[in-house]
Ligand binder design. Structure first.
Ligand code: ATP
Length: 437
């Protein structure tokens, strides 16, 4: 029995996704032509569509489809007092240890990474004592060199919802219980960026801060409600339920603001890994900023907060890993159609027959305003199908000679490679109804 086999399989699963991401334009290393910048990634044309689609679906389910949540978009740079009050300056840290042999630094709480590093040295590894390492990224603002103001790039997007709490209450019709949803970039000086985009230094979060009455029972009820909602959301977008689970935080690992916390984890090739946290932040944040709420009867209190904090990049990575399929003949991404970068690809059966090209081009022009639509008339049709399969395009429309006679085209399904004939006039409602499923 080869005991390293599972490790090698996991590495090869990741390598396939990394290679496909680069080859097809999902994700590239950041600043690659200058040797890269550790912990940063650039999304290519397909990756940008995927990420936008994840954000669109999140916004639809959390903000658009609900009466009790409103959306905001706060600034990345905030008055530094925010981070003092929020506790991030004193407590937003990870335990850092350093290998005394090669001086590489690790997070003391990531046991597997430490064990795997110890195997790289022949002699027994000696570690420094853990010390707290603050994750906030510093920057400077202003035009006069000596007068530049020192700032932090936000370490979580969350604080934007708190500092705007009173603005939102006074400028909208929300009443407790209600939520503020937000999507945006956050920055952390991660000690060990790695596992592709999983741990980056610049990343995007999608977060809901849901404000409830302070009673414990109310908060617990909403905590359970949001746990269910968020897990169901990932499942509804096709993520394999067997690879999803909740993990409750131990008392020692909870963030400085959290009364209780559970992570949604995905079984990645590198092990079960968090990609969304559901937190009961109690009244920690609003109290810290000296904010409160007055209800319709004049009752004053500091609301508690149930937070759902998801990572757009980690979700994108796990949707990609989950969707990756191969059967020896082809590789395809079985992404949910609403997440797929392109919904439809249109081809003339032959790239050198004017009648076919003209008809296909007309269909392409008609579909394009409604769906992200790709065009391909290169090489043979089989290769074009394979190329769209790898990009995760759920449907390919081919205009053949029959199309010229009877106004129908073939629509090929990415997942089973089966084809059906559909009337050209019915393509738009056909795809619309499929996307609504
Ligand atoms: P970890 O323990 O993995 O560092 P965390 O518990 O610090 O994560 P939170 O502060 O709860 O993470 O952040 C909420 C979400 O933001 C995470 O579930 C994740 O999806 C995303 N996130 C946090 N840090 C990163 C990062 N360095 N790179 C990519 N996404 C991140």
């Amino acid at each position: 029995m080869d005991e390293n086999l599972p490790v090698r399989q996991a590495q090869s699963e990741m390598e396939k996704i990394v290679a496909l991401s680069k080859r097809r334009g999902f994700i590239y290393p950041g600043s690659e032509i200058y040797g890269g910048l550790t912990g940063t990634w650039d999304y290519g044309p397909l990756g940008t569509e995927l990420k936008n689609n994840i954000k669109k679906e999140w916004w639809r389910s959390i903000v658009q489809n609900r009466d009790d949540v409103v959306g905001i978009d706060a600034a990345i740079m905030m008055n530094p007092i925010v981070w003092e009050k929020s506790g991030h300056v004193s407590a937003f840290s990870d335990p850092l240890i350093e290998c005394k042999i090669c001086h590489q630094r690790f997070r003391a709480d990531k046991k597997e990474e430490i064990l795997s590093h110890e195997k790289t040295h022949k002699e027994k590894t000696q570690w420094t004592e853990p010390r707290k390492f603050n994750l906030l990224v510093k920057t400077y603002l202003g035009t006069i060199e000596e007068d530049k103001q020192e700032l932090f790039l936000r370490g979580e997007i969350t604080q934007g919802a708190f500092v705007n709490f009173e603005n939102v209450v006074s400028s909208t019709r929300v009443k407790i219980p209600f939520g503020i949803g937000q999507i945006g970039k956050a920055f952390r000086n991660e000690i060990t960026p790695g596992n592709f985009t999983y741990r980056s230094r610049e990343f995007e979060q999608m977060e809901l801060e849901f404000f409830v009455r302070p009673e414990d029972t109310d908060a617990n009820k909403w905590f359970e409600y949001w746990k269910r909602e968020r897990l169901d959301w990932y499942k509804s977008l096709g993520m394999n339920p067997d690879k999803l689970r909740f993990r409750k935080h131990e008392d020692t690992e909870r963030a400085h603001y959290a009364k209780s916390a559970e992570d949604i984890e995905y079984e990645a090739p590198f092990g079960w890994s968090e990609f969304e946290g559901i937190h009961n932040r109690g009244d920690y944040d609003l109290k810290a900023h000296g904010l409160g709420y007055t209800d319709e009867d004049g009752g004053k209190f500091v609301p508690w907060v149930i937070e759902t904090s998801g990572g757009v990049d980690r979700s994108a990575l796990f949707f990609l890993l989950d969707a990756y399929k191969e059967d020896g003949k082809r590789v395809w991404l079985s992404l949910h159609p609403r997440l797929a970068p392109f919904k439809v690809a249109v081809f003339p059966l032959l790239g050198n027959k004017k009648e076919l090209i003209d008809k296909a081009r007309k269909i392409y022009d008609e579909l394009k305003p409604h769906f992200m639509t790709a065009w391909d008339d290169r090489g043979n049709i089989g290769k074009r199908y394979l190329s769209q399969d790898e990009a995760g395009t759920p449907w390919c429309v081919t205009v053949d000679f029959q199309s010229l006679d009877d106004g129908t085209v073939t629509v090929r399904n990415r997942d089973n490679a089966e084809q059906e004939r559909v009337k050209i006039d019915e393509l738009e409602p056909y795809f619309k109804s499929k996307l609504a499923e």
